[in-house]
Design a protein around this ligand. Structure first.
Ligand code: FUL
Length: 517
């Protein structure tokens, strides 16, 4: 039987019948994610570490004239920080290796303004190395942020700066193992020390950093890394620092600059208004990265413990970032000891615990799943196990296996009958994003008191769409796709119950002040 199938496949291949035709898989619709973007989506929650001279000068943006001697933490422990992130549910960590003040946290050959000029570890320290090692040890992926703007460099604003910047990137991209993301910040040009000139230097965002070459370095040296920038190219800034994507957010986006929308993919600042939602039918797959600091600012400052976001607020951010098909990037700021302090740890611990509890038990598991239309699967492929495109594919825990309808069928209903009546208030949907954003409108109904009642509705699904609502008890739920650009390919329908300790909205969340450490 197997041999006959193999011969049949060989025959089809020889006669130019594509693999998709053999498997009857739907053709992708619109832009689709690259492999590196798929890995990024799966990472979902990660942290952005801001720590350096600003931590000691009480600033958010160092001017560039800070004395490296200020950097001398006695208890610094990257392992303590990364372990706290892990308990907080983070799967990755991005270290700000150089912020706008130009102070490099690794012993670079490109500038004297670096960690080897500080007394820390006798001038022999390498903080990027310590974070990369800690991330590896704890199983988190690692990334770097190296600010293009450099308020210390005398060369900034002249052509002589670019080789320096590229040299810094080269070091970061070659010394610290595989990176999952490289961050290019949008803040560029202005006042600075600039080697003592103390003046304002503006640059042309389109041309100054020679983005094709700069991004090319990342592609060449770290092919698995996603490049973050205001307008991509791999993930876009969500357009605010609250960590919120739009109610309907699309991973598709047409990269265009604010100052010159006719020049795409140029490293320009984005039009903030377009970041949260992206563009349905945008020209590229550039999902939203939703960054937000855990505290008031990106760097640690004294007397700000009361500003640490509560677990309930973090959960709300999660629902509005990961739950809208993007990623959540949480800014964590070690204190002057180089450690995450008690207030932050409490919030991270609770948030991580809540995430674990919330997703531990998928109440849809074991349900009977039916659909009013199911895509035909080749009989040879369907022998044994669940057939491709079968409704039950939404329960197999695989983001890329899916229920699909025949081409041209863009209205369809999927019904789940649970093993028993269950109480839930969170619903998670996923599309198989390898085939693009296909669904344009859908509704979810819950069977209650002998009738279907509307529970939620939306437009975009993508990598993940989360809904939370009132608690309902039922043994039946259905997903109605009411509009789609191509036959729907739904890879997951899950039901959960939010842990009782957690309130939903930030208005309900207590503005909790944690004790200082
Ligand atoms: C901004 C920067 O200017 C902030 O200092 C911080 O690094 C944040 C993540 O991005 O654009």
């Amino acid at each position: 039987m197997k041999i006959r199938f193999l011969l049949f496949s060989l025959f089809l291949t020889c006669f130019g019948v594509s693999a998709a035709a053999q498997t009857n898989a739907p053709a992708p619709y619109g832009p689709v994610p690259s492999e590196r973007q798929l890995r990024w989506h799966e990472t979902e929650v990660f942290a952005l570490i801001h720590y350096g001279l600003n931590t000691y000068t009480d600033r958010e943006w160092g001017y560039g004239d800070e004395d490296p001697a200020l950097f001398n933490p006695s208890r610094l422990d990257a392992g303590q920080v990364v372990a706290a992130l892990k308990r907080g549910g983070m799967r990755g960590v991005i270290l700000v290796a150089k912020h706008h003040d130009g102070f490099c946290l690794w012993p670079t050959r490109t500038t004297e303004h670096n960690i080897s000029r500080s007394p820390w570890r006798g001038g022999k320290g390498d903080l990027v190395r310590e974070y990369a090692d800690a991330a590896k040890k704890h199983g988190l992926c690692f990334g770097v942020y190296c600010s293009p703007w450099d308020r210390n460099s005398a060369a900034y604003g002249t052509p002589a700066y670019l080789p320096i910047y590229h040299g810094q990137l080269r070091e970061l991209l070659t010394r610290y193992g595989t990176l999952f993301e490289v961050w290019f910040d949008g803040a560029n040009g202005g006042d600075g020390y600039y080697g003592g000139a103390r003046e304002k230097r503006n640059i042309d965002r389109f041309t100054y950093y020679d983005w094709p070459t700069t991004w090319g370095l990342v592609r060449q040296l770290q092919p698995e890394a996603c490049i973050f920038g205001d307008v991509g190219p791999d993930c876009r800034w969500v357009g605010n620092e609250k960590g919120f994507a739009a109610e309907e957010s699309w991973a598709t986006f047409t990269p265009k600059g604010k100052t010159d929308p006719t020049r795409p993919a140029n490293g320009d600042t984005m039009n903030h208004i377009e970041g949260p939602a992206g563009h349905r039918n945008g020209t590229a797959w550039i999902p939203a990265e939703c960054d937000v600091p855990l505290r008031k600012g990106w760097f640690w400052h004294p007397n700000e413990d009361a500003t640490v976001r509560t677990p309930a607020q973090l959960m709300e951010i999660y629902f509005n970032s990961v739950g809208k098909g993007g990623c959540m990037n949480l800014g964590v700021a070690p204190d002057r000891d180089g450690l995450v302090c008690a207030a932050d740890i409490r919030s991270l611990d609770e948030f991580g615990g809540l995430l674990k509890t919330l997703f531990a038990n998928d109440l849809a598991r074991g349900a009977r799943v039916t659909a009013d239309q199911v895509r035909a699967a080749p009989t040879a492929a369907s022998g044994g196990g669940i057939a491709p495109f079968a409704p039950a594919r939404v329960l197999d825990g695989d983001r890329y296996s899916y229920w699909a309808t025949d081409d041209g069928v863009t209205n369809a209903t999927l019904t789940l009958t649970l093993q028993s009546v269950s109480e839930f208030n969170v619903i998670r949907l996923r599309e198989n994003i390898k085939l693009g954003h296909r669904v344009d409108a859908f509704e979810i109904d819950v069977w209650q008191e002998g009738e279907w009642r509307g529970y939620a509705k939306g437009q975009s699904i993508g990598a993940c769409r989360l809904f939370r609502g009132p608690k309902v008890k039922s043994d039946r739920i259905r997903l109605r796709i009411t509009q789609a650009a191509a036959c729907p390919c739904i890879s997951e329908v899950s039901l959960f119950v939010m842990p009782a300790a957690l309130k939903f909205s930030s208005t309900e969340a207590p503005a909790r002040a944690y004790p200082a450490h």
